[in-house]
Every structure is written in C-alpha cells, then in structure tokens.
Write a protein that binds this ligand. Structure first.
Ligand code: ATP
Ligand code: MG
Length: 196
C-alpha cells in the first residue's frame, strides 16, 4: 500500500454482515473518494458483552464472503486475532501515521462515540462518516461527533444483525437481505438457529 492512502474503516460485529454494511462502504468509496474500505470484524466487542456473539472465525469468513470481488473493499483480521476487548483506539494505533483515516459508522454508533475508550483521541485521529439509520436523531450525532463529520448519502435501510438473527431463529428467510454467499454460509453452518 502506498503511503498517504485514504482508508475508510468500517468496524462491526458483522453477526452477520448485511447489505446496509456494504451500502455504507460503497457510499464512502463513491462520495468521499477513499482508496480502500477496510471491514474489520471485532474480536470481543466490549459493547456486546451480555449477549452471545458468534465465533469470530464465522464472522470473519462471512465478512470476507460479503466483501469478496469488490476491488476497493478488504476484510481485515487484526481485531479478531487480538486478545481482550476490542477498542477502536487500539486498532487505529496499528495503522501507519501517514494514512488518512475515515471511520464509517451508522448513526446509532456515532451518537454513542463519546462513551468510547479514548474518544477524544479517536476523534483527533479520524474524520467520521455517518450513515443515517432509521430511528436515529441527526442532531444527537452532530453533537457527539463535532465538526469532523461527513454524512453519507444512503437510503434508509431497516436491516440489522439483531433482526436477521431473530428471523433465522424464527425460521424466516434472510435471503436478499445479506449477500447470497453469506446467506449460503448461514444456512450451511446452521447459524442463528434455535435447534443447532
Ligand atoms: P447488531 O444488531 O447485531 O448490532 P448491526 O446491524 O448494528 O448488528 P453491526 O455489526 O453492529 O451491525 O454494525 C457495524 C456498523 O454498521 C455500525 O456502525 C452500525 O451502526 C452500522 N450499521 C449497521 N446496520 C446499519 C443500517 N441499516 N444503516 C446504517 N448503518 C448501519
Ligand atoms: Mg449494531
């Protein structure tokens, strides 16, 4: 990778990765002119302790499947191979200082950024590109992020990992809400099913 690259980072649990994640990455590429979008599955998400998160290896493979074939998308395993809770601050330290970094967040995540570990330093290092999400308030995002904010122009997509897991558990289909490859993976490994 050439020095001075502009990288967008889209972190998440990706349990499972779905179309709204890909649409946000595409918007960052088209609208902000980033060189690459790095999808980074969280190893042990500190905000999700309390619910059972699917094994990181499954989430990593599904993220690779979801991003595969798009030349400006990559899936990065640096968080799943690290022990302990996953903090964005620590992840940012592992990228070269001369890279320009934009964090891609959904509006729900962006509204909570002040509660993050070393939030001030995260906001000093990156710009933040936010995808509006149904049910979240733009003003709350603007107050939390401050001036280094870019709104991404994406359609409201009412898709969430939580709702997808629930659908599978209830025997409903998630086909066409996730990439076909992810749909096949979830089916093959019987992820999210009550009867696994
Ligand atoms: P869960 O319901 O398990 O939290 P999720 O759909 O929120 O799943 P995450 O992996 O938690 O997916 O999200 C990664 C990032 O993608 C977060 O910044 C989140 O806000 C954003 N995101 C997820 N779904 C959407 C959506 N429908 N619209 C905009 N942003 C989204
Ligand atoms: Mg979420």
């Amino acid at each position: 990778m050439l020095p001075g690259v502009h990288r967008a980072i889209l972190g998440g649990t990706f349990d499972p990765p779905h179309l709204a994640h890909l649409v946000a990455g595409e918007a960052a590429y088209r609208q902000l002119g980033v060189d690459v979008v790095s999808f980074i599955p969280a190893g042990s998400p500190w905000q999700k302790q309390g619910r059972e998160v699917t094994d990181a290896r499954h989430r990593l493979v599904m993220t690779r499947l979801a991003t595969g074939g798009v030349p400006y998308f990559e899936t990065d395993d640096r968080e799943v191979t690290r022990d302990g809770p996953t903090y964005t601050f620590d992840t940012l330290q592992t990228f070269p200082a001369d890279e320009q970094i934009t964090l891609i967040l959904g509006a729900d995540a962006a509204a909570g950024i002040r509660s993050w570990h070393r939030a001030e330093e995260v906001l000093a290092r990156c710009r933040v590109a936010v995808a509006p999400r149904p049910g979240t308030d733009r003003r709350a995002v603007e107050e939390a992020v401050g001036s280094r904010l870019d709104w991404l122009d994406v359609p409201d997509l009412d898709i969430s990992g939580t709702a997808l897991r629930r659908r599978v558990a209830e025997g409903a289909s998630i086909r066409f809400l996730v990439p076909e490859s992810v749909y096949r993976y979830v089916t093959t490994y019987r992820l999210y099913r009550e009867d696994r």
